[in-house]
Ligand binder design. Structure first.
Ligand SMILES: Cc1cc2nc3c(=O)[nH]c(=O)nc-3n(C[C@H](O)[C@H](O)[C@H](O)COP(=O)(O)OP(=O)(O)OC[C@H]3O[C@@H](n4cnc5c(N)ncnc54)[C@H](O)[C@@H]3O)c2cc1C
Length: 337
């Protein structure tokens, strides 16, 4: 069996990784490697049990490939938020009403868990090399009911084609007349200097609306926010996030802000499956701002479906409106800020 994969981020390389493990020949087309040097955060503190399960599975996959670093996680939530998904999934957590270095208000709690820093650039780069990915852009084309790939001026036929190009999925599919249920949006983050007491923490402040995690060296990375795809951070963004951090930790010095492009789906979570109308096209996407948590686990399921020729999971076309900024993994979707 031969499978062509379009996209060399978390979704594409891990789908290829599991296909290769199952003995499948993989032809990967990667585009630019877009991950920053800093690690991504993997947390299990999420409200949806499906996401917690995928995060657990993904963590095991990373651990089998590279070193991942545990960090203390503090999620700030309003008192009374239903934490039963964590309990049911066996995630160890402690609830506190004070945490040294962080100011919690009356009616707020800190939920302490363990997060993991995933060196995603290093992992994806290594897998791209080991799996023989080409740093080339690819396009989809159709011959009857079968999809094939065009890259570097060549036509490449395969038993299955996987579209895993992140925020470009919807655009690439549109070339073959397919309207996928994905939308790109900008996610922002900024670099800060913060008090040493919080520098090593992964913080999710779902009350004020920012998250933060250790960056390289003395730097702290914090952000939140969602905007029009491919737009830069709004004016004053880093100062605004800095003010929110200061309310919790006393002070924060903003250095600069950056934006990246994420991809949302109408469910607020990731999707993978076969696409109807074509014999051999599969898609994985909608990894939102939490691709390191759900990506490898979802990729494993997709690779298994392709190998079995399973048609259970189907991605239907979608033409309606949805807000890609609503993310299922965000505790904040359950209460208004
Ligand atoms: C500022 C910021 C902070 C984030 N923090 C976290 C975090 O802490 N934890 C976490 O889990 N997630 C985080 N994310 C989200 C995470 O980065 C994404 O969920 C994840 O990268 C999505 O993976 P993907 O493989 O679907 O897409 P991508 O990572 O976008 O990869 C898609 C790949 O496809 C390639 N491509 C595109 N078009 C083509 C083409 N035509 N042909 C070939 N290749 C193509 C691109 O070059 C790219 O390499 C953050 C995102 C941003 C922007």
């Amino acid at each position: 069996m031969r499978v062509a994969v379009v996209g060399g981020g978390i979704a594409g390389v891990f789908t290829s990784y599991f296909l290769k493990k199952a003995g499948v020949e993989v032809l990967g087309f990667g585009g630019n490697l877009e991950y920053p040097l800093a690690s991504l955060v993997l947390t299990m503190s999420m409200p949806d049990p499906r996401d917690i399960e995928m995060a657990k599975e993904s963590l095991e996959v990373y651990k089998s490939i590279d070193a991942v670093e545990p960090v203390t996680s503090v999620d700030i939530l309003p008192e009374g938020v239903d934490l039963s998904p964590l309990r049911r999934a066996g995630v160890k957590y402690t609830i506190v009403d004070r945490y040294e270095g962080l100011r919690l208000e009356r009616g707020e709690v800190g939920v302490i868990t363990t997060d993991y820093m995933i060196p995603i650039r290093r992992i994806v780069k290594r897998l791209r090399r080991e799996l023989g990915f080409l740093d080339a852009e690819a396009k989809l084309a159709v011959d009857g009911g079968t999809v094939y790939i065009k890259a570097r001026g060549k036509e490449i036929k395969a038993d299955a084609v996987v579209l895993a190009a992140g925020a470009s999925n919807a655009d690439i599919a549109r070339d073959i007349g397919l309207r996928l249920p994905f939308k790109p949006y900008s996610c922002y983050a900024a670099l800060f200097l913060v008090p040493p007491r919080i520098r090593g923490l992964s913080i999710g402040d779902y009350v004020l609306g920012w998250y933060g995690r250790p960056g390289l060296g003395p730097f702290y990375i914090a952000g939140d926010g969602c905007g029009r795809a491919y737009s830069g951070p709004p004016k004053g963004y880093a100062r605004k996030i800095g003010r929110l951090i200061s309310r919790r930790a006393g002070w924060a010095v903003p250095i600069f802000a950056k934006s990246g492009v994420c991809e949302g789906s109408p469910t607020g979570g990731p999707l993978m499956g076969r696409v109807p109308y074509f014999d051999n096209l599969y898609v994985i996407g909608g990894l939102d701002g939490y691709g390191s948590m759900v990506g490898p686990a979802l990729a494993k399921r997709l690779a298994s479906a392709i190998v079995k020729g399973s048609t259970d999971e189907v991605i239907e076309e979608y033409d309606g409106y949805f807000d890609p900024c609503v993310e299922r993994h965000d505790w904040g979707v359950f209460f208004s800020r």
